[in-house]
Design a protein around this ligand. Structure first.
Ligand code: 5GP
Ligand code: MG
Length: 170
């Protein structure tokens, strides 16, 4: 059963912010660079962000699986990127920065492949305490520490298609 979703960030707010972010990224990050999208959650944000870039970019994907409820660092690489990233400038894109563990894992992995520079961009930055010193280089919105869905973010694979960010109602 689908539950009702309360709008937290509207489709229009996301569209506006994604355009601003793409301008910020282009001005800080000289072209050419490679966009690596973290699957699954990052797919819609990445699709909109890259279509807003005025500069050409290489695009590839990787997938990291996290085992929630287990101890810190229980992350596994499911699919690595196919492109050769040696000496490349990389922009890693994900949906949300929660504990930061997934992004931290992915950054370290991309560096281990020889990437020259790895910058990170997330749509949502959760306001919460965290142990990791890593912060995303770019983010779209700060959100309160609630479970959010939509615009790529799911609950058991559902709600990703919702064009806004929302909170599930009880
Ligand atoms: P991390 O804790 O490693 O920063 O976040 C890991 C992943 O958990 C995120 O990339 C995202 O896919 C998922 N996640 C974290 N917070 C939320 C949330 O509020 N809603 C949804 N749907 N997924 C989340
Ligand atoms: Mg994710």
């Amino acid at each position: 059963m689908s539950r009702e979703v309360e709008v937290l960030i509207s489709k229009e707010e996301i569209e506006k912010r994604v355009k601003e972010l793409s301008r910020e990224i282009e001005s800080c990050f000289s072209s050419p660079f490679t966009v690596i999208s973290l699957l699954n959650g990052g797919f819609i944000f990445t699709a909109d962000l890259v279509r807003s870039f005025k500069v050409p970019v290489n695009i590839d994907f990787m997938r990291v699986k996290s085992y929630k409820g287990k101890s810190r660092g229980s992350l596994e690489l499911l699919y690595p990127p196919e492109l050769n990233l040696k000496d490349k400038k990389v922009l890693l894109v994900d949906d949300i920065f929660d504990s930061g563990e997934s992004l931290n894992f992915a950054v370290n992995y991309l560096k281990s492949l020889g990437a020259k520079e790895v910058k990170t961009c997330v749509l949502l930055f959760k306001e919460r305490k965290r142990e990791l010193p890593l912060k995303p280089d770019f983010f779209g919105f700060k959100v309160p520490d609630f479970f959010v869905v939509g615009y790529g973010l799911d609950l058991n694979g559902m709600y990703r298609q919702i064009p806004y960010i929302g909170i599930l109602k009880e």
